[in-house]
Design a binder for this molecule. Structure first.
Ligand SMILES: [Ca+2]
Ligand SMILES: [Ca+2]
Length: 270
């Protein structure tokens, strides 16, 4: 691929990614061989420790040069303007920007870096400029602005642990719907029609306490907020895994062995 940013990003993350996938593969094997909740719990913990350094995870989606927009900048949806020493430095600025930065332009002779939201319409001629867009790493993943990452819907039902391993095999994770806004997006957002194809979906929430005490957390380690549950949920001591109901944009706990459809997301910390 004639894509300097992409190649640089791959080079910087490939070693770490290879190690992570190796651990995930080992964890998947262990998961299939043991029924012990303790071992599964341990595997989750180990996986989380090695998978991600908070604030700086490997980014699965990548940048693609937009050949249809050569030597132009845009005067709408500009999130920031800054000087950057290189295209890669500009891409990093876009990636870490607090508002969803979906694309950027870099003008080589002036070193001007511009980050944009979507959609882009107001084109202005500007020599020595290239435009880059964030794209999903795989064609079966779709970018969802509510989650600010690429997501994939399963076409089969699996237990929660099988579903988690299935996402991990993509270098991805079960979906984290940790805000009211994200949950509402499953009901009325860009991919709501896909979410509504099934009554419920496994998402990346799990009860780390095997007793009657609840310790529901997202797989990034964050506690699940009380306000995200359906009425009277979580409901049962034997239900340790979390599903989402798109119809009322809320969560429920279920037995982890249930065969449910599931959604993966590419970045643990988008
Ligand atoms: Ca519990
Ligand atoms: Ca329940």
């Amino acid at each position: 691929m004639a894509n300097g940013v992409n190649e640089a990003e791959d080079a910087s993350s490939s070693g770490k990614l290879g190690f992570i996938l190796l651990v995930v593969k080992a964890a998947g094997g262990l998961t299939s061989q043991t029924e012990s909740p303790f071992m599964k719990h341990l595997i989750l913990r180990v996986f989380l420790v090695v998978a991600c350094v908070p604030g700086r995870c490997f980014i699965q989606s990548s940048w693609q040069n937009d050949a249809s927009n050569v030597n132009v900048i845009f005067d709408d949806t500009v999130l920031f303007k800054a000087k950057a020493d290189s295209t890669i430095a500009c891409a990093d600025s876009c990636k870490i920007h607090t508002v969803k930065c979906r694309s950027f332009s870099y003008t080589s002779n002036t070193k001007e870096c511009r980050g944009y939201g979507d959609p882009l319409q107001g084109r202005v001629d500007q020599a020595n400029t290239s435009l880059w867009k964030r794209v999903c790493r795989r064609e079966d993943y779709k970018y969802d602005p509510a989650f600010d990452t690429c997501i994939r819907f399963s076409s089969i039902g699996k237990s929660w642990f099988e579903a988690s391993a299935w996402c991990n095999n993509d270098g991805a994770y079960l979906l984290i719907t940790d805000t009211k806004e994200k949950q509402q997006a499953t009901k009325s957002g860009l991919h709501s029609s896909e979410f509504r194809t099934h009554f419920r979906w496994w998402v990346g929430g799990y009860d780390y306490d095997d007793t009657s005490v609840n310790d529901f957390r997202w797989i990034n380690g964050e506690p699940i907020s009380d306000k995200l549950w359906s009425a009277d949920e979580p409901s049962h001591v034997s239900e340790h895994c979390v599903n989402l109901y798109p119809s009322n944009a809320s969560l429920n706990d279920l037995p982890c062995s249930n065969q449910e459809y599931f959604v993966c997301q590419e970045d643990l910390y988008p």
